[in-house]
Design a binder for this molecule. Structure first.
Ligand SMILES: Nc1ncnc2c1ncn2[C@@H]1O[C@H](COP(=O)(O)OP(=O)(O)O)[C@@H](O)[C@H]1O
Ligand SMILES: [Mg+2]
Length: 231
């Protein structure tokens, strides 16, 4: 199990995590997914953690395991931030956490980049609107995700788009979720490049609505942002 203590094996870390898995009620972890680690497939990999599917009781969860080279000592802060996102109706539901682990709802979906490649106009509109509504809810909750300008790694597309990974989020920074997501869906980057082939955005109009919203993040100003975009 190279992912329990990754990227190197530490007996202490390994043993701690086994105890923590037991305390969360994890009965098994399953291989499979889009990322390969030492020849084994898992659900995902980031700078902070590796993500695997795990069984907790009758549920299949996503288990995020802190990398031992992560730039933080615990998963406490990320769990706290995910819980705030959940309070706003956003993000995979937090199931539990320990020092080195976060158990949350498993999102069975596709990377937004792959999804957008084959998606028709109406579905792109619906996805965009849903991401922006979720971002507005985060703005209202005072939680800045922090990485939505890199949308490709932070949205998983299932029936609906799911915003994931709240490790860089903050309750102190000024919120810029709608602004960051709108830019990466419609204006700059891999997803926007694809969206631009299907939906035409009036850049000036969108930027001016976003500028007003940025100063005063009300529902009315958010509606004006939606109206300025081809959603
Ligand atoms: N709840 C989840 N359900 C399914 N896959 C997930 C879930 N959370 C994360 N992943 C996958 O694992 C990868 C790494 O997780 P992420 O939270 O982004 O890690 P990091 O904080 O280290 O960047 C993601 O890009 C995604 O593919
Ligand atoms: Mg990350």
């Amino acid at each position: 199990m190279p992912f329990i203590s990754y990227p190197r094996f530490s007996e202490n870390e390994y043993n701690d995590r086994i105890v923590e898995m037991e305390s969360l009620g994890v009965t098994s972890i399953m291989l499979g997914g889009r990322t390969t680690i030492n020849g084994l497939r898992i659900a995902g990999k980031g700078q902070v953690g590796l993500v695997l599917r795990a069984r907790i009781g009758r549920k299949t969860c996503a288990l995020k395991i802190r990398r031992i080279d992560a730039d933080r000592k615990t998963m406490d802060e990320e769990a706290r931030l995910l819980k705030i996102a959940n309070g706003a109706g956003v993000g995979p539901c937090l199931e539990g956490h320990t020092k080195n682990l976060i158990a949350m709802e498993f999102i069975d979906g596709q990377s937004i980049v792959d999804w957008v490649e084959g998606a028709a106009k109406d579905r792109i509109r619906r996805m965009s609107r849903s991401v922006l509504e979720q971002c507005h809810a985060l703005d209202q909750a005072g939680l800045d995700h922090g990485e939505l300008s890199r949308l490709t790694q932070h949205v998983i597309m299932s029936d609906i788009p799911w915003i994931i990974d709240f490790e860089s989020s903050s309750t102190i920074r000024k919120t810029g979720n709608v602004t960051a997501a709108a830019q990466s869906i419609f204006l700059h980057g891999t997803v926007a490049d694809r969206v631009k082939k299907t939906l035409e955005t009036d850049k000036e109009k969108a930027l001016s609505a976003l500028k007003i919203y940025k100063r005063n993040q009300t529902r009315a100003n958010f509606d004006a942002v939606l109206a300025s975009l081809p959603v």
